[in-house]
Design a protein around this ligand. Structure first.
Ligand code: ADP
Ligand code: MG
Length: 327
């Protein structure tokens, strides 16, 4: 397609949830241990993320917002392409090209806060003093205000919020050591402190997956031949009509993978009614050298060097854990 080369050069912002994901990942990259997320109207009107990470120095603020000269894409409404490509390291520039963005930050070294704003493609960023504690606040308002075609593609505020909620849930379960709050239209959705103990971790899982999940969950922690699988699997009684409570992490990164799904399903096979889906929060840890989690930046796929070994380990571990509760 004609647009392919242009798209490959950069800019992709799909929806409010993709903004939240990129911004939160930046915060985690900056070493934040606290993420405060406020969104209004499904994130379409406003997304604000405040972190306590390392911050961005005054001189680096405009740089953080600037795009590479090669990615001047001015009429990109190819939604198919948007759905399949990632940000390629230009998240903030991409976001600011389709929204009103304010970046406020304070580093330990500067001892004072600074703010840079960008709006649409007018990339003139001025840096002005602004009060801010150490860390960074990214505020994104009026997403797609200058790209009506993309705005039209957005779903209802409720649907867009649910996608944001999903992103926040996935990140919350990937980092128990990070405190997370989420407000939607000024209403508190989550307020989760950093969880150190097992009890605190289980409280977080209950907040994210619901108390009924936790009440019906088996805690597992199995290690064999350099592979470790830990987390919580719901008993068959808590199976779902949708595959909506399935969290799987490989070395801390959220993934959705056919091999994993297949192994889990097989373990449940003879104890789950037809059409029901298992619910789980699982963490697989293995030598990073035998897994490639960067197969695609946005698709959350992985490639195991020995897929069969991993499949067998997952199946056996879960089957064994579930065997005891088989009716
Ligand atoms: P990338 O994350 O791929 O480098 P981004 O556009 O997402 O690209 O971010 C640009 C830069 O801005 C980052 O490399 C980082 O230096 C800085 N940055 C963005 N968000 C934060 C944050 N919350 N805290 C500290 N630095 C940040
Ligand atoms: Mg980034």
């Amino acid at each position: 397609p004609r647009l392919a080369n242009q798209i490959a050069a950069g800019e992709v912002v799909e929806r409010p949830a993709s903004v939240v994901k990129e911004v939160l990942e930046n915060s985690l990259d900056a070493g934040a241990t606290k993420l405060d997320i406020d969104v209004d109207n499904g994130g379409i009107k406003r997304i604000r993320v405040r972190d306590n990470g390392c911050g961005i120095g005054k001189d680096d603020l405009p740089l953080a917002l600037s795009r590479h000269a090669t990615s001047k894409i001015y009429d990109l409404d190819d939604l198919e392409a948007v759905a399949t490509l990632g940000f390629r390291g230009e998240a903030l520039a991409s976001i600011s090209s389709v929204a009103r963005l304010a970046l406020t930050s304070n580093t330990q070294a500067s001892g004072q806060g600074w703010q840079a704003c960008a709006e649409g493609r007018d990339m003139e960023t001025e840096v002005a003093p602004a009060a801010h504690p150490q860390g960074t606040t990214v505020e994104v308002r009026d997403l797609f205000f200058n790209t009506p075609a993309r705005r039209k593609f957005l779903r209802t505020e409720k649907t867009e919020f649910n996608r944001i909620d999903d992103v926040v849930k996935r990140i919350s379960l990937s980092r128990f050591d990070v405190g997370v709050t989420l407000n939607h239209n000024q209403r508190a959705i989550y307020n989760m402190r950093a969880a150190d103990s097992q009890a605190e971790r289980e409280r977080r899982v209950a907040q994210v997956c619901g108390p009924a999940f936790m009440q019906n969950a088996l805690h597992i922690d199995i290690e064999r031949a350099g592979l470790r699988l830990w987390g919580w699997v719901a008993l068959p009684a808590f199976s779902r009509s949708q595959a909506d409570l399935q969290y799987f992490y490989v070395n801390g990164r959220s993934i959705r993978d056919k091999l994993v799904t297949h192994a889990v399903r097989q373990a449940y096979q003879d104890i789950l009614y037809h059409g029901r889906h298992p619910a789980f929060v699982l963490y697989l840890e293995l030598d990073p050298a035998v897994v490639d989690v960067n197969v695609h930046p946005t698709k959350h796929e992985v490639r195991f060097r020995d897929g069969r070994l991993v499949h067998d380990f997952l199946f056996r571990s879960l089957h064994h854990a579930l065997a005891d509760v088989k009716p």
